[in-house]
Write a protein that binds this ligand. Structure first.
Ligand code: 5CA
Length: 440
């Protein structure tokens, strides 16, 4: 992408209406613009990041055996009357009437819809277990939307739903999603610690929140530093291996982690002092097992092995995909701007020409841009007619992992400068070597 043709509105000043650094940076670096309270448009740069996060979430769900579908954002009120949640949900639910005076709502979550979809098609124990998910916009009319996409009213969620014949099966499904979550966050390059949660309005007795450490987080957290050592991609952890997954769950339960709501001073005292970690955190995911709460209320039954009627056991599993964009910036930025991990960077490399009025500099930068693109490397080329210093500042602000700075002096001696955004390390090398390095 050429910056001169891009819709990439960066701001020099920090917007005064944004209180936390991720919100400030998302506005300054041109990721989002607010269109109504708690509702945001995703500009091209923000949208690229959102799609990349979504894709990592999708790939890890698929790897764990979940199947993607897509349910609508608008739902019928009748669906929610069946479960009894239409009245229980309260003012967070955005209620709408269509032209025929039918009561509708903008979905805050999809337990009811998935339960009826499943109920209407599935007849036998052979149809279980199943895990279905979608990545779709939700609406919750939060009293105080704040911190940008962190607590929005409209937000993007991955929500998965599991159906099993019995509680033992449902627990395995729960453990499977737990592992998928740990792998998803590890791949995104963030440390998200699973913490036992009070299960809230969704109900159920088995529930964990996944918390990313960040000083601006809404909840206070306490956890064992052992979480910093775990590698959730180790090959011994395999989907389908019941004993292995049980072991994973036992290990998570045995390794202390809690929010202020569930903090247990007795267990905390047993964590070796050197290993105690405290801080604040952002909830990026939440998983729930709720048994037959929806299947019983909505009359979902299948015939069991012995011909009897069985009510499937269910769980639901959410990841705040749009919230993750903010959470990742909270976890990875410096004074100059955002520092994207490579896995989700909007582009891998940014090229900056220091002198847009110098023909040989421009020719070298153009050549490099063509070759990077030919090599399939995602590149943003800042070809704007701006001062070099301004362009370097913008490039730092938007946080691409690599920068190639092309200036007249270097071009004369056959080198460009390759800068690593995270470490700040710079190296002068030939364009060929820079290309080879980035293609690695
Ligand atoms: N039905 C369940 C699981 S699918 C559910 O809705 N869970 S939830 O309420 O915990 O939401 C799942 C995730 O969505 C949360 O962990 C959080 O990361 C994200 N989320 C919830 N509310 C908001 C909001 N107002 N703005 C941004 N993200 C949100």
């Amino acid at each position: 992408m050429r910056w001169s043709r891009a819709f990439l509105p960066v701001l020099k000043e920090t917007p005064t209406d944004a209180q936390i650094v991720s919100h400030q940076l998302m506005l300054r670096a041109g990721l989002i613009r607010q269109t109504a309270a708690g509702i945001y448009a995703w500009l091209p740069l923000g949208f690229r990041v959102l799609k990349k996060i979504e894709q990592v979430v999708r790939e890890e769900q698929d790897r764990a055996g979940a199947q993607e579908l897509l349910m609508p954002t608008l739902q019928s009120a009748d669906l929610w009357r069946e479960s009894g949640r239409y009245d229980a949900y309260g003012p967070e639910m955005l209620r709408i009437r269509d032209r025929h005076e039918r009561e509708m709502l903008y979905g805050p979550t999809n337990e009811e819809m998935i339960t009826t979809l499943f109920r209407d098609e599935v007849k036998s124990y052979r149809d279980l277990p199943r895990t279905l998910y979608h990545i779709q916009w939700k609406f919750r009319d939060e009293v105080r939307p704040r911190f940008g996409v962190m607590r929005g009213r409209e937000f993007l969620m991955k929500d998965a739903y599991t159906f099993d014949l019995d509680e033992a099966g449902a627990r395995q499904s729960y453990y499977t999603q737990m592992l998928a979550y740990l792998r998803t966050f590890q791949r995104l390059g963030i440390r998200a610690v699973p913490m036992k949660a009070a299960s809230g309005p969704i109900g159920g007795d088995l529930s964990h929140e996944f918390i990313v450490l960040a000083p601006t987080g809404e909840s206070e957290v306490f956890y064992d530093g052992a979480y910093e050592e775990f590698d959730w991609n180790q090959s011994e952890l395999r989907y389908g291996d019941e004993a292995g997954l049980q072991g994973l769950f036992d290990r998570v339960n045995a390794t202390y982690a809690a929010t202020d709501e569930t903090h247990d001073l007795g267990r905390w005292a047993e964590v070796p002092e050197a290993s105690r970690r405290t801080g604040r955190g952002i909830e990026v995911g939440h998983i729930f097992y709720f048994g037959d709460k929806y299947s019983a209320a909505m009359n979902l039954k299948v015939s069991g092995r012995d011909g009897s009627q069985v009510t499937p056991m269910m769980g639901s599993y959410g990841i705040g995909v749009s919230r993750l964009v903010g959470a990742m910036i909270e976890a990875s930025h410096d004074e100059a701007g955002i520092v994207w991990p490579e896995a989700i960077a909007p582009w891998k490399v940014g090229i900056v020409t220091m002198r847009a009025d110098d023909d040989s500099t421009v020719a070298a930068a153009e050549g490099l841009y063509d070759r990077l693109r030919a090599a399939g490397i995602e590149t943003l080329y800042d070809d704007r007619d701006e001062r070099g210093g301004v362009k370097l500042g913008s490039m730092d602000l938007i946080g691409l992992p690599w920068q190639i700075v092309v200036g007249p002096r270097g071009v004369a001696s056959g080198v460009v400068e390759l800068k690593n955004r995270r470490t700040g390390e710079r190296e002068e090398l030939s364009a060929e070597s820079a290309l080879a390095r980035l293609a690695e």
